[in-house]
Structures are given as C-alpha cells and as structure tokens.
Write a new protein. Structure first.
Length: 202
C-alpha cells in the first residue's frame, strides 16, 4: 500500500474545496500509467499527486483526478468520481407513451427522482413510472456496466442541462424487464437489499 502524500498549502486548499480527504489522495509519483491505474482501482481514491504541472494551462498545484485530468481545469471529474463510488439506488423507469426505458442512479429518495423526470419531461415525455430499484455499492460502476449490457438498445436523447444542450445516454428501447434482468445479474455480485416499487409496471 502506497503512502499518503504530504500536501502543500495549495493542494490542501484545493482538496478541501472539492471535498477530497487527505486519505483519498494517492501518491502516484514515480508510477507508470499502468501502475497508477491499478493503484487507483485498488483504493478509494478521488485524486492523485503525479509530481508534474498541468501542461494545458500551467497549473502547478499537481492534483489530478482519477481520470488523469488537472483538478483545477476539470473539477467536475472529482464530483463524477464521487458519484461513481457512492452507495445509493440504481433504478429502472419506463414510459408507456414512448415505450422507452430509462436507467439511472440517485442518492436521494426515489420518488423525488421520478418526480424530477416527469417535471422535466425527460426524453420528451412526462409519464415516467418506477419499474424497479435496488440499493447498491459503487452505483456509478453498476450503472456503467448496465449501460454496456444494453448498448444495442441505446437511444441518444438531447437534454438541456445548465442552459446547454447535451446528449444523454440513459434511455433505451428495450423492455424494462430486460433491463431488470441485466441489472440483477450485476447486483448478484455484491451484497444488496433489493426493493420493488409498490405497484411495479410490467
């Protein structure tokens, strides 16, 4: 196990700003790309010290996200990693009107999340209903694996986020029962407490 690096004042301030604990910083100095990737995967890290400055913008803070990006330039990557590693709910929602299935994750109450999808007319419809959800560890990793299993059914969907149109990859043209079967295979690999909605859609 590698030592936790000593952080200078600038690194400490940046870590505190983005909610990174000292123990979540890997000392990756002297490691090859392959070694660094393996070390990050083996621990619960959110950032790393590489021993070099940012080439793009010359930042000398030397604090990098697990994806290898400067935290000053790309702070959103730290938040994405937090979400990836968090415990919470993986859910499957369905729309009777469009015959589409949505998969997603949330750390909030599931009713709030489904209500949000309806209020935003996600993927052009406001009739989303919860089909299935389950609590899990590393919900972002589970969601990513599920998307990979369903990629042949993927329906790229334009979504307005922070006043900018972006493409969402969380909607699929398969039956929700298909998504549920694939999700259960993934969840069987970790200890979970599965939960069904009181009136699941079929």
């Amino acid at each position: 196990m590698r030592k936790i690096p000593s952080l200078n004042a600038a690194q400490k301030a940046l870590a505190i700003k983005h909610g990174i604990l000292h123990s979540q910083v890997l000392d990756a100095r002297g490691l090859t790309f392959k070694e660094r990737k393996a070390a990050l995967a083996a621990g619960s890290y959110l950032a790393a010290v590489h021993g070099r400055e940012c080439c793009a913008n010359g930042h000398t803070t030397d604090l990098w996200s697990t994806s290898g990006h400067c935290v000053v330039c790309h702070p959103q990557n730290v938040q994405m990693q937090k979400k990836h590693s968090a415990s919470g709910l993986v859910y499957i929602a369905c729309s009777a009107r469009t015959k589409l299935t949505k998969i997603g994750i949330t750390e909030d109450e599931i009713d709030c999340r489904i209500g949000y999808l309806r209020s935003q007319s996600y993927a052009g419809t406001d009739d989303w209903k919860l089909y299935f959800c389950a609590s899990a560890h590393e919900i972002g990793k589970v969601e990513g694996a599920l998307k990979l299993q369903l990629q042949v059914f993927k329906v790229p969907t334009p979504q307005l986020r922070a006043l900018e149109w972006k493409t969402s990859h969380e909607v699929f043209s398969c039956l929700p029962s298909k998504a549920k079967r694939e999700l259960q295979k993934l969840l069987d690999k970790q200890p979970i407490h599965r939960r069904r909605p009181s009136s699941p859609e079929t």
